[in-house]
Design a protein around this ligand. Structure first.
Ligand code: WTA
Length: 650
């Protein structure tokens, strides 16, 4: 199945080889929106024409004059065109027969439910938009959101889009300080929050936390509070307003603002695993075109589907594949407020069974947690409604892929492993589920119209092997900048190679032209001159039947320069006895070669992760080097670090 082989390449050694392949099931292909390679051919022939055709499937108040104007790093897509995002997500469906179709099927963590049809959503968005107007919000003003996953979040965002205000969502799990920094950076005029939300049976006191942030946010003129429960809070007269009261007085129709294709739609802050958060700017026409087209083809969306993207709207995945992409396609979607293990570890599977979810899109970190909890949880439920699965956010380890395929997909569903970033706006590297033959762990090939490549340090194209992942030509949903910091935008993404977008990820391409993402390039370890991707070593560890999760870092080594240290979480019920360390070291040697054998293995019950589930290797490096811990504000659970430090020092 796998071979031990070291390939010398100019940039990153690619060691792991995965031989399994899965063709799309015939009945899937026969019913798929795309059944052959014609879309790739069409896009390759004339990229701009292809994107213009996709854009043309949206409703424009005025058609564009030029498809693309490219002056790196500044792209103008669809110049002269005018459209409105909320009009495209709502009004056109109301007019085209989808008025009574369910748009959002929502379930709260305690089990309360709400279904909003496209008409319901349309009416609420119009009213919410009028509330914003009444508070003085105008086109171009920034409105911040600090909310639980409840329908009012989607309604509020579409209301901003309706009047041309710029939304900026701050994930509800972030601290008051993180909220303050983002409001300050965006100079937001209004904050929309809720009294609270539920998470693992606990209350997240959002308004209370927001009040702490609001002490230092002079630009905020008004606060809108959504009533989610009966949570105690302080209402500041004149500044704070209950949404339900504002809505009672709001007119039922609000004219959608005709937006220029390049007018700003939103800012979303991304912290990544290092450094100060960056406000990534997306504009209207190109972003909608990208999310619309990828939703339609990557998820093979049909009118009868029930689509569930589990991401919080606080992340780009929630923006692109809950709020905009599927809504532009008139899809029916699930929105769930709470945790996957509340009240029990089968909550997701229960929801899939109950609502007949047909397309399920989640992250490897969640899949690894499901693996750790065991297959008995999904086995309790009938998951036969599922026809397509998706993965996003990190490289998916082949063993996690296989588990997902077997236990959730019943070996009957294609898996789309979608590589993209906050900055790319929409999916860039992915299979098309009715067309592409899959290899577990590979995001496969660039989406039609996307020119992804792998380059060496010197900028030479790497046909086969590892290197830096770049995008060579502009695409409609690309970020237009970092809010207020054009230099950082240029520096971070456009300076390594001239006129080429640098993703910051390492990747390799195999003999079939498939892409394998190797993780962030700062997560590369240099062992005796071989640049080894942490991700490959992690996958080799997770391949062992006792291992649930692994994080690998480089530590100083006198001889080799760097050596590999691995933090490993074992599956529940497995025995992490003294022999396991040697067994795992040998397992890695056997999977990818002795060069990648970890010098040291530390067993740990948990790993430090960002709130979107990315492992913070930077902090593990600090622990390993006995250094003071760097910025920990984006950490999901700070107690994990203390425990780890103790284990490491033992
Ligand atoms: C990683 C999330 C491998 C990658 C949409 C990227 C992935 C970063 C994948 C962006 C994937 C995302 N396979 N790695 N399918 N998807 N990544 O901005 O390192 O939260 O650069 O966007 O996640 O994370 P972001």
């Amino acid at each position: 199945m796998t071979e031990t082989k070291v390939k010398k390449t100019t940039a990153i050694s690619a060691l792991l080889e995965e031989g399994r392949r899965f063709d799309p099931p015939i009945h899937f292909t026969q019913n798929a929106n795309i059944q052959d390679h014609s879309l790739y051919e069409e896009a390759a022939k004339d990229r701009e024409r292809f994107w213009a055709k996709m854009a043309g499937e949206l409703d424009w108040f005025e058609k564009w004059q030029t498809v693309l104007d490219w002056n790196p790093p500044h792209a103008t897509w669809f110049a002269g065109g005018k459209l409105n995002a909320s009009y495209n997500c709502l009004d056109r469906h109301i007019k085209n027969g989808l008025r009574n179709k369910a748009a959002i099927i929502w379930e709260g963590e305690p089990g309360d439910q709400r279904t909003l049809t496209y008409w319901d959503l349309y009416r609420e968005v119009n009213q919410f938009a009028n509330c914003l107007k009444k508070l003085g919000v105008k086109k171009g003003d920034r409105v911040a959101f600090y909310m639980p996953m409840i329908p009012e979040l989607a309604i509020g965002l579409l209301a901003c889009a309706r009047i041309g205000a710029v939304h900026t969502v701050v994930f509800g799990g972030f601290s008051p300080d993180a909220l303050r920094d983002r409001i300050q950076d965006a100079k937001a005029k209004v904050l929309v929050t809720a009294d609270g939300g539920y998470r693992r049976g606990n209350l997240m006191p959002l308004k209370h936390d927001a009040d702490l942030a609001l002490r230092e946010t002079p630009t905020i003129e008004h606060v809108i509070i959504v009533k989610r429960g009966d949570f105690p809070l302080h209402v500041k007269e004149g500044r704070d307003h209950w949404l339900h009261r504002l809505m009672q007085e709001a007119e039922s129709y609000c004219e959608p603002e005709p937006m220029d294709a390049e007018d700003m739609l939103f800012i979303l802050y991304t912290s990544g695993t290092t450094g100060k958060p960056k406000g990534i700017v997306h504009t209207t026409g190109g972003y909608l075109t990208g999310t619309y087209a990828t939703s339609k083809y990557v998820f093979d969306l049909k009118q009868e589907d029930v689509f569930w993207c589990t991401a919080d709207i606080g992340w780009i995945t929630g923006h692109s594949y809950f709020l905009y992409g599927p809504m532009l396609n008139g899809a029916t979607q699930i929105m769930y407020e709470g945790a996957p293990d509340w009240p029990d570890r089968d909550r997701f599977w229960e929801l899939i069974e109950k609502y007949g979810v047909s397309i399920f899109y989640t992250a490897p970190t969640a899949i690894r947690a499901f693996m750790k909890w065991g297959a008995e949880w999904p086995e309790r439920h009938d998951l036969r409604s599922l026809r397509l699965l998706g993965s996003v956010g990190e490289p998916i380890n082949p063993e996690a892929w296989m588990w997902y395929h077997q236990h959730i997909g019943r070996e009957a569903c294609p898996i789309v492993d979608t590589w993209w970033q906050t900055e790319t706006g929409s999916i860039m590297i992915t299979s098309l589920p009715g067309v592409t033959s899959l290899k577990p762990g590979s995001a496969t090939v660039p989406f039609p119209g996307i020119e992804a490549e792998i380059l060496s340090e010197e900028g030479e194209r790497i046909e086969e092997g590892g290197g830096y992942l770049v995008v060579k030509s502009p695409w409609p949903s690309m970020a237009r900048g970092i809010y207020g910091d054009p230099e950082r935008f240029q520096q971070q993404y456009w300076s390594k190679y001239k006129g080429v977008y640098f993703t910051g990820d390492g990747a390799k391409r195999d003999q079939d032209g498939y892409f394998w993402i190797l993780g962030r390039v700062d997560d590369v370890i240099n062992v005796s001159g071989h640049r080894i991707s942490t991700m490959e070593v992690e996958s080799a560890l997770v391949d062992h039947h006792t291992v649930a999760e692994a994080a690998v870092i480089g530590i100083h080594h006198d001889l080799k320069g760097q050596a590999i240290a691995a933090f490993v979480t074992i599956k529940e019920g497995s025995d992490g006895n003294g022999k396991l360390e040697a067994v795992l070291r040998d397992h890695v040697a056997q999977k990818i070669g002795s060069i990648a054998k970890p010098e040291k293995i530390i067993f740990s019950a948990d790993l430090p992760k960002t709130r979107s589930g990315k492992i913070m290797r930077r902090l593990l490096r600090d622990i390993a080097e006995g250094k003071a811990l760097g910025d920990t504000t984006t950490l999901a659970d700070p107690t994990v670090l203390e425990k780890l430090k103790r284990t490491y020092e033992e």
